[in-house]
Design a protein around this ligand. Structure first.
Ligand SMILES: [Fe+2]
Length: 557
């Protein structure tokens, strides 16, 4: 079974993925290729072609075009066949639409999350996002062969929409939920949002649930977002209206200012979300004792929530994954098609499922543009020298990461024990809010020196940094003392460049860690190609770029 999973055509996070006989071959997110953040409403034409090319497959080789939305369960959207037609025509892949299969959106999320768990055993999956077809939070049983929906919550109880309303209140644009989470650490939870409650495995939104009687549940869902926003204004005060700022080079940059009640709202909403999901997890484990638990849907991108789950259930078998968002549903759709054909899938633990470039291709590109670059005999050692000197280095290596976190393949790196490094990253290089938290990559053998847990490879779980070290590593410690570290397997005795870099830093600074933030400019998707890397390198104050085996440097100041 050669399955092409696709999300897109409406919503956000359009993506494509290919699974061949149960093995994940490649996944690509359209925003990285189209360079339009979140790829809202896009057919992932570029991602589909990139995946096919990487997999060495033609359209004739694809057995199933697998879509991660089921129109039969969504009376407001009968367009999936037309989306399949659009995919086929816009991608110029004739005949593909005749092999279309559609799957429930939350089942796709659950299947993708399961890939990153122990696939030899069943799992329970909690899926929470803005909206599936007509559900908002679902609990699935998943095994290496299929899924079973155990319970679901109505659209009007959507936790994703609740959080999106808070994001709007805080003055962040669509998709800015991560900022709301970051802002929460500056506030105090003063309202528990008691109307959000949990009844066994269902989320209840109190008064809003009355709107279930409405003729059109999707209309009720949109109305409920406004209801939440109105309630937030009533209880906390005026919405934040971020000013539009320009700097001396007329580049737009976001307004960092906020008022106390904005942060208090963020903290209150964050705590309410954590309370509800923790209770759902507790109830799920009570009903299905001993089972492994996985989390999916856009809500599962919330690092603070994931950290809370881990600290609340330290002995439970919890699995977090790098693709809980809608892009991951493309991967999940391909997995469901595999199961539907009677196959099984091979579990994965790598986030590096994207596209990469060979050293020869990079050499050709640099020659084509006439860009001077050196080729150090030991790149990790040379870059470690740079970082130890306090410089910023962009790091472009291998296949790109899937999901929103850069994990050492499309990263910007800096020394985390320099007080000025957070301002350098946020204000100068990424031109974003000054208070945005940053995280480190840490050799797993060093994790225990800084954090309670050592196995957090996807930078998606917040942990409390040991108090004595927060001041020393202030650039990667958030105001509440947490951070979201990426644990890096210590393969420093191999050719693996990133662990070798961390080990080289340890020799120079005494610590095997580096500040790691995604390689992109403000409001730009993470760089995809080496051309994107060059463009961002030259349009920001970054001081060096490690592009495959090459090192590019700007002139000394
Ligand atoms: Fe979703």
């Amino acid at each position: 079974m050669r399955a092409l999973g696709v999300s897109g055509g409406f919503g956000h996070d359009a993506a494509a993925a290919i699974v061949v006989d149960g093995t994940v071959v490649v996944m690509a997110e359209e925003e990285r290729l189209s360079r339009r953040k979140d790829a809202v409403g896009e057919i992932p034409v570029n991602a589909i072609h990139a995946c096919l090319k990487y997999a060495g497959l033609s359209v004739a080789d694809i057995d199933a075009l697998c879509l991660s939305w089921n129109p039969a369960k969504d009376p407001s959207n009968h367009q999936m066949q037309s989306i399949a037609t659009r995919i086929s025509s816009e991608s110029r892949l004739e005949g593909l639409e005749q092999r279309t299969r559609v799957y429930d959106h939350h089942a796709c999320h659950a299947a993708a999350a399961f890939l990153y768990a122990d696939v030899s055993a069943p799992a329970m999956c909690i899926v929470a996002d803005g909206r599936g077809e007509l559900t908002s939070t679902s609990v699935y049983r998943v095994w290496n062969g299929g899924t079973e929906l155990i319970e679901s919550s109505p659209l009007v109880a959507s936790l994703g929409t609740f959080y999106a309303a808070a994001t709007e209140f805080c003055g962040f644009r669509r998709g800015g939920q991560g900022k709301t989470m970051g802002l929460a650490a500056y506030g105090e939870a003063v309202d528990a949002f008691p109307e959000l409650s949990v009844d066994d495995l269902r989320v209840d939104a109190g008064r809003a649930n009355l709107m279930r009687e409405h003729d059109d549940p999707t209309h009720a869902h949109r109305q409920m977002r406004q209801d939440w926003l109105d309630a937030m204004v009533e209880r906390f005060g005026p919405q934040r209206r971020a000013q539009h700022l320009t700097d001396e080079f007329l580049c737009g940059r976001p307004d960092s200012t906020f008022e106390r009640h904005h942060a208090d709202l963020a903290a209150s909403v964050q705590l309410a979300l954590e309370r509800v999901i923790v209770e759902l997890a507790r109830n799920t484990m009570h009903r299905f004792p001993g089972v492994q638990l996985v989390f999916a849907g856009g809500v599962a991108l919330n690092c603070s929530l994931n950290g809370r789950l881990r600290s609340t259930f330290p002995d439970a078998r919890l699995h977090f994954n790098p693709v809980p968002h809608d892009a991951g549903s493309a991967l999940g759709a391909a997995v469901l098609a595999t199961w539907e054909s009677g196959g099984a899938v091979t579990g994965i633990s790598t986030p590096y499922l994207g596209i990469g470039w060979s050293h020869d291709q990079l050499t050709t590109l640099l020659n084509y543009y006439g860009v001077a670059a050196e080729r150090p005999t030991d790149l990790s050692e040379t870059v470690a020298d740079y970082l130890a000197d306090g410089r910023t280095v962009a790091w472009f290596q291998g296949r790109s990461e899937v999901g929103p976190r850069a994990l050492g393949h499309r990263s910007i790196l800096g020394r985390p024990d320099l007080d000025s490094m957070k301002a350098t990253m946020n204000n100068k290089i990424k031109r974003r809010e000054a208070w945005r938290p940053l995280g480190p990559s840490v050799l797993d053998s060093e994790m225990i020196r800084l954090f309670p847990r050592s196995d957090t490879p996807y930078m998606i779980e917040a942990q409390r940094m040991h108090p004595a070290l927060r001041a020393e590593f202030s650039s990667v410690a958030h105001v509440d003392g947490t951070s979201r570290p990426q644990s890096v397997t210590d393969w420093s005795d191999t050719e693996q460049l990133y662990p070798r870099l961390l080990a080289a830093l340890r020799e120079r600074t005494g610590w095997g860690l580096v500040l790691n933030t995604s390689f992109n400019d403000f409001a730009e998707p993470i760089v995809h190609s080496p051309i994107d890397a060059l463009r961002t390198f030259f349009s920001t104050p970054l001081e060096a770029l490690a592009l495959g085996p090459y090192l590019l440097r700007k002139s000394e100041k």
